[in-house]
Every structure is written in C-alpha cells, then in structure tokens.
Write a protein that binds this ligand. Structure first.
Ligand code: ZN
Length: 377
C-alpha cells in the first residue's frame, strides 16, 4: 500500500479513537459538542459516529433539552459492550465480579470454596466462573478475560505464585486455571489489584500508599501512577513491617508484623467476634472493652501510617474489607495519633478510604482487561 494510503488509515484510526474517548470521558454528549470540542469537521464526526454505532461501541439514547433549535441527540458509549470478570481467591472462599467499561461492578458474588492446590479445585473454580457467566446470560464474545487476584507474591511475568504462605499456594500457576477456561486469563497479587482499583477511583493521584485491610493485610506503593513492583516483586508488603520484635507470631515466621495487629483476622482474634458482629456492637458504644480493642487497632495503624508517610510523602488509602467500616471519627482519631508524633503533619485530605470492601481485589483485577480494551481503541 502507498504511504499516503497508510497515513489515511492511521488518521482514520486516530479520529475514531478521539471520538470514542471523548464520548467515554463526557459520559453523555452531542454531535455538535464533539465537533466543537475536538475541532473536527461535522462530516468526519458523523462518519465516526456511524462507524462506532455500527460496531456497537456507542449508542444514541434520548435527547438533550432544546435550547431553541432542534433537540440534540444524546450520545453515549455502550458500557457493557465488553465485560471483564474479576476473581478474588481466598483461603475459604472466592469473590467474583463482572465489571463494565466504566469500571462499575455489575454483579458481585461470594462463593464458599476452600482452596487446595489440586486439579479438582481449579476445575471447580472454572466451573463456578462459567456458571456465573451463564447465569448472567453474558454472550461469550463480550467477555474480555478472567483476571484473578490471589494472595501471595507472584512472578514478574504474572504466571506463578512465588511466595504464598497464607493459602499455601506457592507454585500455583495461571495455567492451573486457564486450561479449564475458554477466555484469556491473567494473574495478579491481590494487593496490587486493590491498588489498581484505587488508582482508577482517584485519577487525580500521582502517588499513594495503599493499605489493604483485608482478612490478611496487604499493601502497595504507587508512584507516577504506577504500582511499584520491586526487584523481587515484594514492594509494598507493608504487612510484614515490624511493629514489635517481641510481638505475636506472624505466618511469615517472624514476630510483631503489622499483620498481627491490623489484619481483619487479628481484629477478630482480639475481640473474639466476627467482623460483622464486632462493628455494630462497637458502634453501640456500650462496651469499653471493644472500644479499647478498636483504639489499639487504630493506634497500630496510625504508627504504621506515620512511618510510611515519612518514606513516601503521599496520600494514604485505606482499602479493602475493613475500609467501609471506618468512620469520620476514626479518621479523626487516626490523624490525631499520626500527627502527635510526626514532624510532618498529615492533612485530612491525605487520608482516604476505599468503598468496595471485600470485593476490592476482584474488581481491581478485572480492570486489567478493561484498561487493555480501552487502550486498544
Ligand atoms: Zn510477617
């Protein structure tokens, strides 16, 4: 093909992408607005809109209120044109979600299924995923892929768990799952998946520290909107920061790790209640003992946050299972604790909480395929 021909094709692709991404960002727009904002000719915009509509990527739905002339048609992307399935694998259960092109979790589900490094387990997981897709009546071509968030450090090529002391899944491979699934599959460390979701939800952030307050604690460091992986993939493993060398024994065989004070498991252990029972009782404010346990929890968390903020001067995001339970008052208490012993005070705006609770890793993992798809347009 001639050079001119190639350039024309390239230009067409660029225009198509510009129009699509503009509509995506605006959520709801009109042809005239696209023409004006992108400074593109009316016929080019019309052509691209027709093309995108034929492909099923956008839809015209309703009208804007008239400003005198003809009412403008409202244009939007089709959010479920493609979907990504996210999975969060835990010791005794798995979380599953379907995420649309805006990163919304359309469905979430928890399935009770104890982990074991056996073919039977992986086949069962694949069966549950297929069942989920079938039940929701998603057509096969809509599914971009299955992205799996697991506990444990994974290899730099995302194919295998290299350190999995919690679930005992060292050596677990992506292909253990993918061989039973007719979709592209991807494997991620759950803390990193959580960080992906928080990045998605906070487009204004350049850097951040994520504390994943799950049954087991996790963490991630974000700089320049990238998750820091590290030489051996364990950057951000905040859970093993030592709080007290004579403290309780951690699953990593060391003592007094942050995990032993600030994981949801540690909190349940301290109060003798499940998380679901603990918080309503705590908020009734009738038990000094529960109040003390929660204060101790927050004190340890504040101690860790203070130290982390000295290393990376950036907002801290409390994410995962416990995050939705944290109140304004708790944030105030944390800030008082942090700022009573730090040379550099942390502002209220620098301490954020996630909103997706226990589904954070599954939703974050699913974003892998959504981001890939959006980049491909
Ligand atoms: Zn540890």
């Amino acid at each position: 093909m001639s050079e001119k021909g190639l350039t024309t094709i390239h230009l067409k692709k660029i225009n198509r992408a510009k129009v699509y991404h503009y509509i995506y960002r605006k959520k709801r727009t009109s042809k005239l607005q696209i023409v004006q904002e992108l400074q593109m000719g009316l016929s080019t915009v019309s052509q691209n809109l027709n093309l995108l509509e034929e492909e099923g990527l956008i839809e015209r739905n309703g009208y804007f209120a008239s400003t005198g002339g003809r009412k403008a048609q409202a244009i939007q992307i089709v959010p479920d044109f493609r979907l990504s399935i996210g999975l969060g694998i835990l010791k005794n259960m798995l979380h599953i979600t379907a995420v649309d092109l805006y990163g919304n979790a359309l469905y979430t589900d928890t399935i009770s299924l104890p982990y074991s490094h056996t073919a039977a387990y992986y086949e069962q997981v694949a069966g549950k995923i297929k069942e989920f897709i079938e039940k929701k009546k998603y057509e096969e071509q809509k599914i971009l892929g299955i992205s799996i968030a697991t506990q444990g450090i994974i290899s730099s090529d995302n194919t295998m768990v290299t350190y999995g002391k919690i679930m005992n899944n060292t050596g677990m491979q992506l292909k253990d799952f993918s061989k039973y699934l007719p979709y592209p599959c991807h494997l991620e460390h759950d803390s990193k998946s959580a960080a992906c979701l928080e990045l998605w939800n906070h487009p204004e952030l350049d850097s951040a520290i994520i504390l994943l307050l799950n049954r087991n604690l996790g963490g991630a460091v974000i700089t320049n909107r990238q998750i820091h992986q590290g030489s051996a993939m364990h950057s951000g493993s905040i859970e093993h920061m030592c709080m007290n060398p004579d403290g309780p024994l951690c699953y990593c065989k060391n003592r007094g790790c942050l995990e032993t004070y600030c994981s949801a498991n540690a909190l349940e252990h301290a109060c003798g209640l499940s998380i679901k029972e603990f918080f309503p009782l705590l908020r009734e404010n009738k038990s000094p003992q529960l109040t003390q346990i929660w204060k101790d929890y927050l004190k340890h968390l504040a101690f860790a946050i203070k130290n982390l903020n000295l290393v990376i001067d950036a907002p801290i995001i409390l994410s995962g299972y416990l995050a939705p339970y944290i109140t304004e008052e708790d944030i105030g208490y944390l800030l008082t604790q942090i700022n009573s012993s730090s040379p550099f005070p942390l502002d209220k705006e620098q301490l954020l909480t996630g909103i997706h609770g226990q589904y954070t890793p599954a939703i974050g993992a699913a974003l892998f395929y959504i981001e890939q798809f959006l980049k491909s347009i």
